[in-house]
Design a protein around this ligand. Structure first.
Ligand code: CA
Ligand code: CA
Length: 520
């Protein structure tokens, strides 16, 4: 009897000492578009770290509306993947649920996507290369925007001071230009920002706590009503130390630190969570990559928010004055520390300065560390046109016109991205894989007499020989279809593949053979 009572007590205590897992959909973005009959890769970043008690994630389930699409119990670097095949026309809200080892379930923010009959339009340099690469829009949209970028942040137009400079008179003109550009082209949109101790309306400084909170809520409600397709929002910007002069005012105006030490920040994220169910909530700041003490301070607030499932992203601005001279090793170490918050990292305002060659060298050193870090879900650059960037010498192209002169750094970014593996998202056509039909065919196997393939491994191309007509598909090791087609007699494959392992499936009549190939 005492043993059972002790067990119950332990269970109760462990339940009390548990915090929910994180659960964030990092692909697709809200407002993404897909084609009927094709497939969509859904990626979820889920951890049980970053809160006050560390556990593990036991499974992630994927949903369209209330319909469960599937689940995954294994992750690659905290990312759980599901491929939704044979898409049907319509508008969908995708969510995910992560369950931790204590049985606590967290539901992600939703992602709103559309499936239609038109083909997917490739957008930006990072199309098909796994993560968004975005930029800012100021007064007007540059004519060459869509050839470089696939996401948008309004540079100034969505700051509270810009929107509501006079009380209850909303000026959305600048923010609308950015939002409509994103909405109309299925780009990822970041709202920057809700609360920030800079560029806020001067009239708020005379308000009581109750009135300040009411105005903050009015502002959030107005954003919500106007912009349903916000992928990410900076709920709170630059709250560390003395980063924004008005932060003290926001802290006191929104009720102070209180018993948690973070009462006012928690209040902000609670209000945002209630109002933006289909938007990822981000805490954004600067001065991080070159200051691990600052990262640790930020992680204190991330932990308080993670305990309450109120945060979906660690935003690092990544401005030139903090990162220009860092080594790749120091950068990697800082990103690893940021990832201890347990939520994805969003790089929100990247710029790198220098004369042409210095800038290029710095991009070569730092950009891959960001782009290839498994916790970094996407990158936004803060300007790109010479003479129009916030920080001097951070431009990457000569003008907003079509076919501008590209700096050496920009030329290198394009080469770097072109050399990366095609993973079929974002802004990419992904073919469906009819798993059932393949399984039915597995009993009839093309044998060695009717199928030859050589050399394997190969350095250039592999030759596949089958007598007569045959169909083939090439897959990544994680099962994503990279290409497919038909051939007669023989076929050379792999000329355009990066080095690595792949799976090739050959079909002829009712016979199938699956082979693994390696390019070195
Ligand atoms: Ca837990
Ligand atoms: Ca108001």
């Amino acid at each position: 009897m005492w043993f059972v009572a002790l067990q119950m007590l332990c269970h109760l205590l462990s339940a009390q000492n548990n915090t929910p897992p994180s659960c964030v959909i990092t692909a697709p973005h809200s407002n993404a578009y897909f084609q009927v009959g094709k497939a969509m890769t859904i990626r979820v970043y889920a951890t049980d770290i970053g809160g006050s008690y560390t556990g593990s994630v036991s499974k992630v389930e994927f949903f369209s509306g209330s319909t469960k699409l599937g689940e995954a119990s294994t992750a690659t670097s905290n990312t759980y993947t599901y491929v939704w095949n044979n898409l049907v026309a319509g508008s969908y809200t995708i969510t995910a649920k992560a369950t931790d080892n204590a049985g606590t379930v967290s539901t992600s923010a939703g992602v709103l996507v559309t499936v239609g009959t038109n083909a997917v339009t490739s957008r930006g340099i990072s199309a098909c290369k796994g993560k968004y690469l975005a930029n800012i829009v100021a007064g007007s949209v540059p004519a060459n925007y869509l050839s470089y970028w696939n996401g948008v942040t309004p540079e100034n137009g969505a700051k509270w001071g810009s929107v509501e400079g006079s009380r209850d008179n909303m000026s959305w003109g600048q923010a609308d230009i950015s939002y409509n550009h994103a909405k109309n082209n299925n780009l990822m949109f970041r709202y920057h920002a809700i609360a920030w101790g800079s560029q806020y309306p001067s009239w708020i400084t005379n308000l009581s706590v109750a009135d300040f909170k009411a105005e903050m809520i009015e502002y959030m409600d107005a954003i919500k009503a106007r912009y349903p397709y916000i992928d990410q929002v900076d709920v709170l910007n630059e709250q560390l130390g003395t980063h924004a002069g008005g932060t003290n005012y926001f802290r006191d105006g929104l009720g102070g630190n209180g018993t948690t030490g973070y009462d006012w920040q928690i209040w902000l994220f609670e209000q945002a969570r209630q109002r933006f169910p289909n938007t990822k909530l981000v805490l954004n700041d600067y001065g991080l990559e070159n200051d691990q003490n600052a990262i640790n301070q930020m992680l204190g607030l991330v932990k308080a928010l993670r305990d309450r499932n109120l945060i979906d992203g660690f935003g690092t601005q990544a401005h030139e004055f903090n990162i220009n001279t860092l080594s790749a090793t120091a950068m990697k170490s800082s990103l690893d520390l940021m990832a201890k918050g347990g939520v994805p990292i969003f790089v929100t305002e990247l710029d790198i300065s220098g004369d042409d060659n210095t800038q290029k060298t710095r991009y070569q050193t730092l950009f891959p560390v960001y782009y290839e870090h498994p916790a970094v879900a996407g990158i936004t650059l803060w300007g790109y046109i010479d003479g129009q960037t916030w920080k001097d010498n951070t431009g990457l192209v000569s003008s907003a016109n079509a076919n501008p002169t590209e700096s050496p750094a920009m030329q290198w970014i394009k080469q770097y991205m072109a050399a990366r593996t095609d993973v079929k998202y974002p802004f990419c056509t992904q073919n469906s894989e009819n798993v059932t039909a393949v399984e039915e065919e597995e009993n009839a196997v093309l044998n060695d007499e009717s199928l030859n393939f050589h050399p394997n491994p190969f350095s250039d191309e592999i030759k596949i020989e089958v007598l007569g007509d045959f169909a083939y598909s090439v897959y990544s090791i994680s099962g994503i279809e990279l290409s497919s087609g038909f051939a007669n007699g023989s076929l050379k494959l792999g000329g355009s593949l990066p080095r690595g392992s792949y799976v090739v499936r050959i079909r002829q009549a009712n016979q199938t053979r699956t082979i693994k190939i390696l390019k070195y």
